[in-house]
Design a protein. Structure first.
Length: 276
């Protein structure tokens, strides 16, 4: 079944949109008719992304904003680029983020500062300036978290902590911005096959595949579909929610008792009920 959305006349800002999930979200919003502003801090990523999207949807449908989400003036400028003639913004997706792996006992303060500032303060500033542009007519803000927000992982403490903070930040913002008709929700992806994921060691990819119940991961456009839903009238009564899109990865945890089940009932008797 094909699900369609009509966002003609709507304006959208997507941060961290030069590659990966941000680019895919921008593409899905543009496909639905929205005028999308692609924001990123690297011009050599933003410009090619804008050119690709403009070639597909028309140059009037795509705008560029080169800036850093941790710099408040950059975000303010990006919102002005994204907003309509009256200064109103309909949708904002706070996707920009990053990670620095390392052991807690060796992690330098600069690493913590970088990850927390980018992933938490950057999202907070995006919410602030997008929310200011949505006060008159309302709007939708979507933040991006991770399965790591609820699943402790070794050697990624700054990233996990920052994404957990994003989820609570989303809920707090939802309570405050409801007065202005602004819905604030979060999407927590699982294993998504982005450009950065392609550089992960095979051992990590194998773990993610093993823990993802519905296959070995998803393409980035899947997250775009989640954004389309949260921006739609179908989600009018949805705010302060974390939409977990991980094919079951978020549910993974605990021991596997299959050996005990097989011992009690016999593997041949169990197999028809657990295998296709």
């Amino acid at each position: 079944m094909q699900i369609s959305y009509d966002y003609n006349g709507k304006t959208a800002l997507v941060t961290g949109a030069g590659t990966g999930i941000g680019f895919a979200v921008s593409r899905e919003l543009a496909r639905a008719g929205a005028t999308v502003t692609v924001m990123g801090h690297l011009e050599d990523q933003v410009r090619p992304a804008v050119e690709k999207l403009a070639a597909e949807f028309g140059k009037d449908a795509i705008r560029a904003a080169v800036g850093d989400v941790t710099v408040e003036s950059d975000l303010s400028a990006a919102v002005k680029i994204a907003a309509d003639a009256d200064g109103n913004l309909d949708f904002a997706v706070a996707n920009a983020g990053g990670a620095i792996p390392g052991a807690i006992l060796m992690m330098e303060k600069q690493a913590w500062d970088h990850v927390l500032t980018l992933n938490v303060t950057g999202v907070a500033l995006t919410i602030k300036h997008a929310g200011l542009a949505m006060r008159k007519k309302g709007g939708r803000i979507v933040t991006i978290s991770s399965s790591a927000a609820i699943q402790a992982v070794k050697f990624m403490a700054p990233y996990s902590a920052s994404k957990a903070a994003v989820e609570m930040l989303t809920k707090g913002a939802a309570l405050e911005l409801a007065a202005f008709g602004v819905n604030v929700n979060c999407i927590a992806p699982g294993y998504i096959k982005t450009e950065s994921a392609a550089h992960m060691p095979p051992s990590i990819v194998d773990q993610l595949r093993e823990r993802t119940a519905q296959g070995d991961g998803a393409e980035p456009h899947v997250i775009g579909h989640g954004v389309l839903y949260l921006c739609s009238p179908h989600a009018d009564f949805v705010t302060g929610t974390v939409l977990q899109m991980g094919g079951g990865l978020h549910a993974y945890g605990g021991e596997d008792f299959i050996d005990m089940v097989n011992a009690i009932y016999g593997a041949d008797n169990v197999r028809p009920f657990i295998e296709r």
